[in-house]
Design a binder for this molecule. Structure first.
Ligand code: DQA
Length: 158
């Protein structure tokens, strides 16, 4: 089982940018914790951060046939990117969206969300702990997918 974690623009500045909103943790620290949890659960995990919309689209496309689940924080592209939304739809890999801050309690423009409707679920407003919750959710989804596949295989052999 493999999870791809995709981080959008300015998330490489975590620990420096707007600490009152995003907290003091750096992206590397968040990823180290996710890696530890993945290892404990026998899951392969890869991390990708980009400030460029097209690179994020390319990475989502690369996941096709290679990855079982995507955890994505599209950052500001959440509110604007039809291209990222379409890429998630196109690969049809279970995807969980994470937002460190509670985007529903912030500026009006952050209430617009292009990405949520094509995701299995969203985790919002838990700070960096949201990534851990997303990992737990993804393990649950992957177990369910595995169970359905095994049941289908069983039915085909009967
Ligand atoms: C964010 C929320 C976005 O509105 C913002 O542009 C970000 C981070 C979050 O994790 O809370 O860069 O996605």
């Amino acid at each position: 089982m493999k999870i791809m974690v995709i981080q959008g623009p300015n998330l490489n500045m975590l620990g420096v940018r707007e600490k009152d909103i995003y907290g003091p943790m750096r992206l590397e620290q968040i990823h180290a914790q996710m890696k530890e949890f993945a290892t404990q659960n026998n899951v392969e995990i890869e991390f990708f951060q980009s400030n460029l919309e097209g690179e994020i689209v390319d990475k989502i496309q690369e996941c096709f046939g290679e990855v079982d689940g995507i955890i994505i924080n599209p950052a500001a592209y959440t509110h604007t990117s039809i291209a990222i939304r379409d890429a998630i739809s196109a690969v049809s890999i279970p995807t969980i969206e994470v937002h460190i801050s509670n985007i529903h309690r912030r500026e009006e423009f952050r209430k617009e969300n292009m990405i949520a409707p094509v995701c299995a679920s969203s985790v919002v407003g838990f700070g960096p702990f949201g990534y851990h919750l997303a990992m737990m959710g993804m393990l649950q989804i992957m177990n369910e997918v595995r169970a359905v596949k095994e049941a289908q295989k069983q039915a085909a052999t009967n």
